[in-house]
Design a protein around this ligand. Structure first.
Ligand SMILES: [Zn+2]
Ligand SMILES: [Zn+2]
Length: 175
């Protein structure tokens, strides 16, 4: 068997879960449904589909939460990154576009569940914006950059001396 070359790779923030995609993602969309808002902790989910045969978990596996009897949502059990959305009994699933190593590689082609779209969504381009964080946070931003535990946006070694070691999660201690 010849090793396939991935078209896209991705994974969670801590690097405990990594995947590779061997076919172009299809049906890319923003989902504004309330379940996706909750599952992503955001205003919407950005997702695209891949057949199960064209997806390979290259490090670890997601933990699954059944948000209904029909849908399982995959996330990293260590860092919580939302990774997948899967209808029960289908031969494909969706991956979260933000978890791709190149999150701009796939643009949404549509939107679903517009009825629960955030009322401000259509005004995003009108919001004041700038690069970087708020003024006064320069030292903190530099400290973040110097101490990041986020997995880089490319594959890293699973074993050996250069193996990536995910930063462990911690329990809440009140600080
Ligand atoms: Zn993780
Ligand atoms: Zn949804």
């Amino acid at each position: 068997m010849t090793a396939r070359t991935p078209i896209l790779t991705g994974g969670c923030q801590c690097g405990a879960v990594r995947y590779a995609v061997f076919a172009p993602l299809t049906n890319s969309a923003l989902c504004h449904c309330r379940m996706c808002q909750k599952a992503f902790g955001g205003a919407f989910a950005a997702l695209a589909s891949v057949s199960l045969a064209d997806l390979e978990w290259t490090r670890g596996h997601p933990r699954l939460f059944d948000s209904s009897d029909e849908v399982a949502r995959g996330f990293c059990a260590n860092c919580g990154t939302p990774l997948t959305f899967a209808y029960r009994g289908r031969d494909y699933l969706d991956v979260s576009l933000g978890s791709l190593d190149d999150p701009s590689a796939v643009a949404p082609e549509g939107q679903v569940w517009a009825s629960s779209q955030m009322p401000w969504f259509g005004h995003l381009h009108q919001l004041p914006s700038r690069d970087g964080d708020d003024p006064g946070y320069e030292d903190t931003v530099a400290a973040v950059a110097a101490s990041s535990h986020q997995h880089p946006d490319h594959d890293t070694a699973n074993d050996g001396p250069d193996a990536w070691t995910p930063r462990p999660s911690r329990h809440w201690t009140g600080k």
